[in-house]
Design a protein around this ligand. Structure first.
Ligand code: ADP
Length: 434
């Protein structure tokens, strides 16, 4: 018990005893006690009313009038009240600073709850995505920003996923979005303006496509003259070899230009729209028979474990198979083995090409799908490689949200696995009625 509380109890008891003693002097001790208790009660009621008034008006100066334990309660309460007011003031100031700094951010930031409902957003989110701070609060972000890519992003658990979407506010502008989880169940949707980056990448794409296209016509003329020269029976014998070499280089250039044009097309094509059923087993057989005619190549085994078909564009899937198989053929010795495999699992389907060839040093694996990247430039060139095959494979797969997984070891062989998501797979292909 505190000193004040002890004083309060002793004071009250003494006061009641004094009242009883005075009553006893007049032969009425009970009346004396009652009168003292009434006075003590009235005094307490007065203090209570003054406390209540101070709470309502917020004027705690009246507390000073309190006495004994009340004085202590009043001053304690006043102290706590002032402390909380000071704390509130500093929180308000901090909040103002946080709001000012998030509003100064060039990127949009939207706080979402577990249901993807908007809790708050900064000024950039308003400019970039057209979000309205008060009106959109509590709304689901994918109901306001209606883009399938954004819907995929906010429902995905993959924290490294970023998506690009057209600006809902300004035609021709592009936004990059990603989600960063924080706290218990909240996440931050970050929106960045990537219009300039997209413009530069389109310029680069257009340049490559235009340059390839422009180079094709003069090359066709040169190749035509070379073919005529090669067919000319009167050509001096000393010219035959250089002309054949020039023919070979012209063919090679045509091949590179064709692949560059294909890459540009794939890059600007976006997501695959075609829904035709693709018989992967059939593509394997066709590719195998095309290669098997060649001498000195490894044996090719087709292992089709599922009758499921792929939903897509047959020509594009064929490009994937042919590129992977031609690499396997070029990098596997004659006594080696190449396996083309098609199988289904719970997460989708897998098309893979494995070989027992020379393999790739793991340090090169991350760069393998870059354009013109070759482990051994000279050798790849000599055996007909352009350095664009795997880049094309990667871009085709991106159109199906599929992934290319490469595993290889020097001297042990390589495996290229193309993993297609479930929605690209037709599990039970239609059966012909006849
Ligand atoms: P290229 O036309 O040179 O084959 P790619 O993009 O298809 O270009 O392949 C890039 C490089 O990856 C190749 O130059 C080669 O070094 C390596 N590579 C690809 N496939 C294989 C394979 N099956 N075995 C060994 N190395 C491979």
């Amino acid at each position: 018990m505190s000193e004040a509380a002890r004083k309060f109890v002793i004071g009250t008891v003494l006061f009641l005893l004094a009242g009883t003693a005075i009553g006893w002097l007049y032969d009425r001790p009970a009346a004396g006690l009652l009168a003292a208790a009434l006075i003590a009660l009235l005094w307490q009621i007065r203090q209570l009313l003054s406390f209540d008034r101070a709470l309502r008006t917020g004027d705690f100066d009246d507390f000073r009038q309190g006495e004994g334990i009340w004085e202590q309660i009043f001053s304690r309460f006043r102290y706590e009240n002032e402390k909380s007011a000071r704390r509130k003031h500093s929180y308000r100031q901090l909040l103002r600073e946080v709001r000012k700094s998030t509003n100064a951010m060039p990127d949009g930031a939207v706080i979402l709850n577990v249901e993807n409902e908007i809790i708050a957003c900064n000024r950039a989110a308003k400019h970039l995505a057209g979000l309205k701070r008060k009106k959109d609060r509590g709304q689901r972000v994918d109901n306001i920003l209606r883009d399938p890519e954004l819907t995929r992003l906010v429902h995905s658990d993959d924290q490294s996923l970023t998506v690009e979407m057209a600006s809902p506010v300004k035609d021709g502008d592009w936004l990059n979005c990603r989600v960063v989880p924080y706290g218990a169940d909240q996440k931050l949707l970050l929106i960045r303006d990537i219009t300039e980056r997209m413009r530069l990448s389109k310029m680069r794409r257009d340049f490559v496509a235009n340059a390839s296209h422009e180079l094709r016509s003069p090359l066709t003329v040169i190749a035509g003259y070379l073919d005529s020269l090669a067919d000319d029976a009167e050509m001096p014998p000393g010219w035959r070899k250089p002309v054949e070499q020039m023919q070979g280089q012209a063919r090679r250039m045509r091949h590179i230009l064709g692949e560059l044009l294909e890459l540009s097309r794939l890059e600007s094509a976006g997501k695959a729209q075609t829904d035709e059923p693709v018989d992967v087993g059939g593509l394997f057989e066709e590719a195998r028979s095309a290669f098997e005619g060649h001498a000195d190549i490894a044996s090719i085994v087709v292992d089709v474990q599922s009758t499921a078909q792929l939903r897509g564009n047959a020509a594009e899937i064929e490009t994937v198979v042919v590129n992977l198989l031609s690499n396997a053929v070029r990098f596997t010795p004659q006594d080696g083995r190449i396996t083309l495999r098609w199988r289904l699992d719970a997460d989708g389907a897998e098309l893979s090409v494995a070989d027992t060839g020379e393999g790739i040093d793991p340090q090169h694996l991350p760069r393998l799908t870059e354009r013109f990247f070759r482990v051994d430039k000279g050798r790849s060139r000599d055996n007909g490689g352009t350095g664009l095959g795997l880049a094309i494979v990667k871009h085709v797969l991106a159109r199906y949200d599929a992934e290319l997984i490469i595993s290889s070891e020097l001297g042990e062989g390589s495996e290229f696995r193309c993993r297609f998501p479930v929605d690209c797979v037709i599990v039970a292909p239609p059966v012909a009625l006849s």
